[in-house]
Design a protein around this ligand. Structure first.
Ligand SMILES: [Ca+2]
Ligand SMILES: [Ca+2]
Ligand SMILES: [Zn+2]
Length: 433
């Protein structure tokens, strides 16, 4: 018996073959609209061969379908090929990128870098890369993730679900891009396989839940019922309703939608993306004259908290600087940490802090040397995300040692804790005035 851990956190690489077709249900509640422009790029190899089989009208159909699904989140994607939103790009590297469960940050490095550089050319837009795939035959799958700078898609007619063109694929990948996980944690071929696995896991169907949302049923992820109309499966005598009709399941349905909790998450992550140019990152390449100080590598002293270096590759690849942060495990207001760093060349610098947002993170204030504390910085997010650039202002920094003191100053009502994460500080040398 092979159990494929499809829900394993593989940032960027949430493989998707969802089923479904037709229109989405009407919007129930009125929420202020979040408008996101889509930038489509049709990829071919460096020599122009193996061009992805996608036309602007097909992108428009995928976008229209996704808009039906995400109307419940107040999200509207706008695709305007008449004004540059559809472009061609030659890159064998991007054209060949495929999700692979054996992928590692190292094996993905070159593709990730080129994908991020490409996406960065379209700030404020949701970049969608249509590529051919790794082999001579076109791929049918797509992928994205909340930490990804873009959505990666196949050609329109190259992807099928339940023997039909997969009109829901883009809506599904858009869900990943805006922070949604699958409804299932594992994939099973048959009901019997899921039954056995559930027994092995102790019998509580809650183990099948991946997304943490109470309003999406814990999905046993059974392939053999995907293209059926089965609404409930019985596992070890327990009747499990399937989340058929949910865009983040792999279950065929004439209509697809999102739950209220999914809608709230999409909205939150869409806001987070929009506020940061759509592709937030703590690890964008530093230009000349910029010094990157990794917080996890600097000496520190603390009062009222302990801190440790934390690898961040479980939460996203190539978005945290150095792929690690300094996790500060504060459990109360007033706890603080002081990080010391050296300035090699005295002068005026724009000082930027890059940190982490998480469900149990608090509100911090940051002080450089003996200066005034910053305005409160809220590090809460419903999922683990990068902060992107937090400007601390222009400062005169003399050659020698300096201190950055971070104090917990509060907690927003949604947060489950007082912790915080510091990724890096970037010092951008400013011209003398
Ligand atoms: Ca759930
Ligand atoms: Ca770091
Ligand atoms: Zn997926």
């Amino acid at each position: 018996m092979v159990l494929r851990a499809a829900g394993r956190v593989l940032p960027w690489l949430a493989l998707a073959i969802p089923a479904g077709s037709s229109a989405a249900p009407p919007n129930a509640e009125a929420v202020p609209e979040l408008v996101v422009p889509v930038q489509a790029l049709r990829i071919a190899d460096d020599d122009g061969a193996r061009r992805a089989a996608i036309e602007p009208a097909q992108v428009a159909r995928w976008v229209e379908y996704a808009n039906g699904v995400y109307k419940a989140a107040g999200l509207r994607l706008v695709f305007d090929p008449e004004h540059g939103a559809f472009d061609d790009l030659r890159s064998t590297l991007i054209n060949s990128v495929m999700p692979d469960e054996n992928a590692t940050p190292e094996s993905f490095r070159d593709s990730a870098q080129q994908i991020r550089e490409t996406s960065a050319k379209y700030p404020g837009r949701m970049v969608v890369l249509f590529r051919h795939g790794a082999g001579p035959n076109p791929t049918g799958n797509g992928f994205s993730d909340r930490s990804s700078p873009c959505v990666v898609m196949p050609g329109f007619e190259c992807t099928t679900a339940c023997s039909r063109q997969n009109i829901a694929l883009f809506a599904h990948e858009t869900g990943h891009y805006f922070g949604l996980r699958h409804t299932f944690r594992y994939r099973h071929k048959t009901v019997a396989e899921a039954e056995q696995h559930l027994r092995d896991l102790g019998g509580d169907p809650a183990v099948f839940d991946l997304d943490g949302f109470a309003d999406t049923a814990p999905d046993p992820g059974i392939d053999e019922v995907g293209c059926s109309e089965v609404l409930t499966v019985r596992l070890n005598g327990i009747d499990l309703p399937l989340p058929r009709g949910n865009v983040m399941a792999y279950l065929d349905s004439p209509t697809l939608s999102i739950s209220p909790q999914q809608a709230a998450r999409v909205r939150w992550v869409a806001r987070w993306r929009k506020d940061r140019g759509m592709a937030p990152s703590n690890s964008a390449p530093a230009g000349a004259g910029t010094t990157v100080l990794e917080c996890e590598d600097l000496p520190w002293t603390a009062r009222g908290l302990d801190a440790k270096e934390q690898p961040m590759t479980d939460f996203g690849w190539y978005v945290w600087s150095g792929e690690r942060q300094l996790l500060c495990m504060a459990d109360r207001e007033g706890a603080q940490i002081t990080i010391r760093f050296q300035v090699q060349t005295g002068g005026r610098y724009a000082v930027d802090l890059y940190g982490t947002l998480a469900p149990d993170f608090g509100i911090i204030k940051v002080r450089l040397d003996d200066g005034l504390p910053s305005a409160p910085i809220n590090l809460y997010a419903p999922d683990v995300l990068v902060s992107d650039r937090i400007p601390l202002g222009d400062k005169m920094l003399a050659k020698g040692e300096h201190r950055l003191t971070v104090t917990v100053s509060g907690q927003c009502k949604e947060s489950a804790g007082w912790r915080f994460g510091l990724d890096c500080v970037k010092l951008r040398a400013q011209k003398a005035k």
